[in-house]
Design a protein around this ligand. Structure first.
Ligand SMILES: Cc1cc2nc3c(=O)[nH]c(=O)nc-3n(C[C@H](O)[C@H](O)[C@H](O)COP(=O)(O)OP(=O)(O)OC[C@H]3O[C@@H](n4cnc5c(N)ncnc54)[C@H](O)[C@@H]3O)c2cc1C
Length: 443
């Protein structure tokens, strides 16, 4: 491997947070509010991660910590930007909340700036600087080139454990038996549709499926590689619901820590999206003028690398509603796989959901140790790449939990600075108390 030499140091902070998704927002705000000089670097040009760079705007069914509560409240002050609803009576009684992505990006940005966080957009955390087993900073890449940001503590919120993996932290991914990875989603939106005209003139299910089959047979319409349920019937319309599902294809076997795999998937899906629009314009009433109106910036990823930490939260912990002295985040979401056979995937039965969730009225906690890599020091990980088994990941990956984990990481990092210790020496029980953990309840 080539050495990075003559790289300028472009900043020195108590805490460097890499990635500004729900976890990174939570981490940076908590670190700064607790007195740490904090830099947040994000490869995109806004904050929010999957909650703003994709159409995923439902923050699912669980606690998200006080930073999340504040975000929800402040987004809610802006008219229709926030909405609580309960799609399934059997889940968390407070229901789930829909927050408009662009508003989240701006309100979270305001919260970050009010807290005193410095922010660098268009900046990729490229490689950590590791000295004697301790992360001392991160080489970042931006339009100006490569620079080194030094920090007492680095928090990896990249969702794919990219900093941790670069530092040599042991990571795992996929099903331990056969390597299956939860599906990724490619999303795009179609505009310019005359919905009334379509409604009045739409073909019946059978005719539509035949048209799609014919286009497939003529080689004019292709399903993307690895699309889940690759039957012509789901492409581009799903006959049972007669809704446009082209906005979201579930794709199997994509390793999102591999840039080549991500690029191949995106190129394939983007070209297929164009075919879909050509098909729609030619064949469907009301679609004569339609067009691809938006592509989202991140390939929707549910699972990639996660670290092996000092504790691994498990399926049994989720189902038992396990509590820990150093439990720094509470969670109640069910184990929501999007997995290929022989795994479990949507649509779930009510019975599945009731069996794959903590006991009624209970929550499970995620120990601080899940954020601490087994081997490397000076580094915490927050978000969906913490130390957990696949089943626990399928529950804790939701955005409120990721923000909760981030808040805990930021709090711990600030404590480490104040107390002049390494972040792995911080007492997780103290972090829990500081987060209000002594008073946590189900609701
Ligand atoms: C299709 C789909 C549907 C989902 N539906 C829901 C849902 O309904 N409700 C729900 O709560 N959750 C849902 N999720 C899960 C949720 O969106 C993610 O698990 C969650 O956003 C993870 O949060 P995070 O902060 O760990 O990572 P992310 O939200 O992925 O944020 C990571 C951030 O880090 C940045 N980044 C990555 N690498 C670098 C780097 N090297 N340098 C700088 N920046 C970097 C990224 O640009 C991004 O902004 C869904 C996920 C998918 C894929």
């Amino acid at each position: 491997m080539n050495q990075l030499t003559d790289i300028p140091t472009i900043g020195e902070y108590d805490v460097l947070v890499c990635g500004a998704g729900p976890a990174g927002i939570g981490a940076a705000i908590a670190a700064a509010r607790n007195g740490a000089s904090t830099l947040l670097v994000e490869q995109l040009y806004h904050v929010g991660g999957m909650g703003t760079a994709t159409p995923i705007n439902t923050w699912c069914d669980t606690h998200g910590g006080t930073t999340f509560d504040e975000l929800e409240e402040r987004v809610g002050l802006l008219g229709q930007a926030s909405r609580r609803f309960s799609p399934q009576g059997h889940t968390y009684p407070k229901g789930r909340v829909s927050l408009r992505g662009a508003t989240v990006a701006l309100v979270a940005l305001r919260m970050l700036r009010e807290a005193g966080v410095e922010i660098r957009f268009g900046t990729t955390a490229a490689r950590p600087l590791v000295e004697a087993g301790t992360v001392r900073g991160v080489f970042v890449a931006d339009r100006a080139g490569i620079g080194l940001v030094r920090a007492h503590t680095v928090i990896d919120c990249t969702a794919d454990a990219m900093v941790a993996a670069g530092a040599g932290v042991e990571c795992v991914m996929g099903d331990p038996d056969d390597g299956r990875i939860m599906h990724v989603n490619f999303m795009f939106a179609i505009g310019g549709v005359d919905a009334e005209k379509y409604e009045a003139n739409k073909p019946d299910d059978g005719t539509l499926v035949e048209m799609i089959r014919a286009a497939h047979a003529q080689g004019r319409l292709h399903a993307p590689k690895g699309v889940f349920r690759p039957a012509p019937e789901v492409f581009p319309y799903h006959p049972p619901e007669q809704v446009l599902v082209t906005q979201s294809w579930e794709i199997e076997k994509v390793d999102c820590s591999d840039p080549d795999a991500v690029t191949d998937t995106l190129i394939d899906c983007q070209l297929r999206a164009l075919e879909v629009v050509e098909f729609l314009r030619e064949h469907l009433p009301g679609h004569e003028e339609c067009f691809v109106s938006r592509l989202w910036e991140i390939l929707g990823t549910r699972e990639s690398q996660r670290i092996v930490g000092k504790y691994t939260v498990t399926r049994d912990d989720v189902l038992a509603g396990a509590k820990f002295d150093d439990g720094i985040a509470q969670a109640v979401f069910f184990i929501d796989f999007h997995d290929s056979p022989p795994g479990t995937s949507i649509p779930y039965t009510l019975e599945y959901k009731q069996k794959n969730i903590p006991p009624p009225g209970e929550w499970y906690e995620i120990p601080y140790r899940c954020l601490i890599p087994e081997s490397v020091r000076g580094l915490l990980v927050a978000g969906r790449c913490i130390s957990c088994d696949r089943s626990a990941l399928a529950s804790l990956r939701v955005m409120p939990t990721c923000m909760f984990l981030g808040q805990a990481a930021g709090m711990a990092a600030a404590m480490a600075v104040k107390q002049g210790m390494m972040v792995d020496e911080v007492d997780g029980a103290e972090v829990k108390r500081a987060l209000g953990g002594d008073g946590w309840s189900y609701l």
